[in-house]
Design a protein around this ligand. Structure first.
Ligand code: HEC
Ligand code: HEC
Length: 240
């Protein structure tokens, strides 16, 4: 009995002492684990996506200026992990966070919306960099990024490795900076270490090259395509 009380007291103390960051990581890990083993309902994913379309646009292409990332065509595992990390505050996105809370998203909905998005075609017109230093960018990409993100920036579903091909240049630059400086806290430690020494020129060149890595033609939307799931969507400026 005494031992029992001791164990309970110690557990409570440990929980109080546990840093918030660690709790966030544990929460996210539990939700990710649950979500990837659920059977997704794509129809419900489309319903969940209604709220996301306001910012990420009905096509899931985000905006060319890179304020909103393209999330169409991303691996479902990556979408699930990013949603869980954003909810657990392991990754800051002040504009998106309140919506995820408001909707009280659960692992089943992560799985549903992720499956819906992973199957959507990608944009042909993503935001690109200046195009002036591409040889340098290619060399750096091949030396530093291929092992994890793949030759064509395709990532891998199994390892939660983001697909980065055809992503908006400004978004890539911002994420890279945030990963490097630790502002984005959910990143891969090995990547953080590897990219410490990158100069501004290197970052611009490498991301310019990455933004021009094209998804396979079968994954791209036909020219002029609009998502028929959202026929009456107002396609003006997204809120900022
Ligand atoms: C109010 C605007 C807003 C809404 C609504 C919103 N997002 Fe986002 N989302 C953002 C912004 C801004 C970012 C990029 C944050 C950053 O720069 O780190 C983002 C990032 C993401 C990412 C990470 C992308 C990556 O490549 O790592 C995913 C996945 C995502 N959103 C999915 C969703 C889903 C699914 C919904 C709906 C449930 C949603 N978002 C609703 C604004 C929004
Ligand atoms: C050791 C493996 C590894 C290496 C090497 C690596 N990355 Fe990453 N990278 C990752 C992982 C894992 C993530 C996702 C982290 C997370 O879960 O948020 C990531 C995330 C990113 C993101 C954010 C993607 C998004 O959608 O938000 C960008 C951009 C990126 N990496 C670019 C690069 C570039 C460019 C290089 C080469 C200079 C590189 N990475 C090298 C593992 C790696």
């Amino acid at each position: 009995m005494v031992r029992h009380i001791l164990v309970i007291t110690l557990t409570c103390l440990l929980m109080i002492g546990q840093p918030a960051a660690e709790q966030g990581i544990n929460q996210a890990m539990r939700q990710i684990e649950e979500a990837i083993h659920l059977t997704p309902d794509i129809y419900n994913g489309r319903e969940v996506y209604r709220i996301c379309a306001v910012c990420h646009m009905p096509e899931g292409w985000g905006t060319e200026d890179g304020y909103y990332p393209q999330i169409a065509g991303q691996h479902s595992t990556v979408i699930i992990k990013q949603l869980a990390d954003i909810l657990a505050r392991n990754r800051d996105t002040p504009t998106m966070f309140p919506f995820t809370i408001l909707e009280n998203l659960q692992p089943q909905e992560f799985a549903d919306v992720a499956a819906y998005l992973a199957g959507q075609p990608m944009t042909r017109d993503n935001g690109l960099g200046p195009g002036t230093d591409l040889e340098h960018g290619k060399r750096l990409y091949e030396e530093n990024c291929i092992d994890c993100h793949g030759k064509n920036g395709e990532g891998t579903k199994k390892d939660y490795m983001p697909l980065i091909q055809g992503q908006h240049y400004n978004y890539l630059v911002r994420q890279f900076e945030w990963i490097r400086t630790g502002k984005r806290r959910n990143a891969d430690e090995k990547m953080v270490e590897q990219i410490q020494g990158f100069t501004d020129r290197n970052i611009s060149a490498i991301m310019d090259y990455t933004s021009r890595l094209k998804p396979p033609s079968g994954r791209l939307a036909a020219p002029g395509w609009q998502n028929p799931d959202f026929p009456n969507f107002f396609r003006g400026e997204s809120p900022k």
